[in-house]
Design a binder for this molecule. Structure first.
Ligand code: AMP
Length: 210
């Protein structure tokens, strides 16, 4: 069950690679009782599973480039059509450019839905790079090499950061300082969402319903 007062919890989390958005996204999604939908995870699972989709996107992902919008948007539309996403969802890594923003608003509007909030996780570039280098050592992701990291951050700055302006104009963006301990950042997110009347079942404190 989703847990906000109007019963809807449709979120995006946006931040540069290495901002911790994956980890925070999982925690927020769990607290609100909605699925986290991370396009990067879905693509990687397809690559490692050797599916047709995986074969189509493998080289793109390894170069740190973006998978074409039509393919990505179709994947997300199908995922959001599953019953567990009926009451809400947390999108991580999608939309990533203007075209995808338009695709998403189009298919949400077709369902009579809209986003409730866009969580912007702010982390300085040096900090993101340091965290990505650390993750490269720990997880051995093929797209965490120096060259690919630089490409992914450049794409973020050029194509993804501007989508925040679109959502800012719609009054949807909650900006969160992403520097601090995991718990501190999580608490900042819950506090900021609660300030907009978006209260999770399991956010701990802040008058959240048990
Ligand atoms: P991530 O784990 O979100 O950094 O995604 C890993 C890779 O998957 C990206 O570098 C892209 O190649 C691809 N990808 C993930 N999400 C998208 C998206 N919304 N649009 C295009 N490509 C994506």
């Amino acid at each position: 069950m989703s847990a906000t007062s109007n019963g809807s919890a449709r979120f995006l989390i946006v931040g540069p690679q290495g901002s911790g958005k994956g980890t925070q996204g999982v925690l927020v999604a769990e607290a609100f009782g909605v699925p986290q939908v991370a396009t990067g995870d879905i693509f990687r699972a397809n690559v490692s599973g050797g599916t047709e989709l995986g074969k189509r996107v493998q080289a793109i992902i390894e170069a740190g480039d973006l998978v074409p919008d039509a393919l990505t948007s179709e994947l997300v539309r199908d995922r959001l059509a599953q019953p567990d996403a009926a009451g809400g969802f947390l999108l991580d890594g999608y939309p990533r450019n203007r075209g995808q923003v338009d695709d998403l608003s189009g298919f949400l509007a077709g369902r009579g839905e809209a986003l409730d909030a866009v969580i912007e996780l702010e982390v300085p570039r040096d900090e993101s790079i340091a965290r990505l280098r650390e993750r490269a050592v720990q997880q051995g992701r093929t797209d965490d090499t120096e060259e690919v990291i630089a490409n992914r951050l450049a794409i973020y700055e050029r194509e993804t950061a501007p989508i925040l302006d679109v959502y800012r104009e719609q009054g949807l963006v909650v900006r969160i300082d992403g520097v601090g301990s995991l718990d501190e950042v999580t608490q900042r997110i819950f506090d900021a969402l609660a300030g907009r009347g978006l209260v999770a079942e399991r956010s701990g404190g802040n008058g959240a319903a048990a």
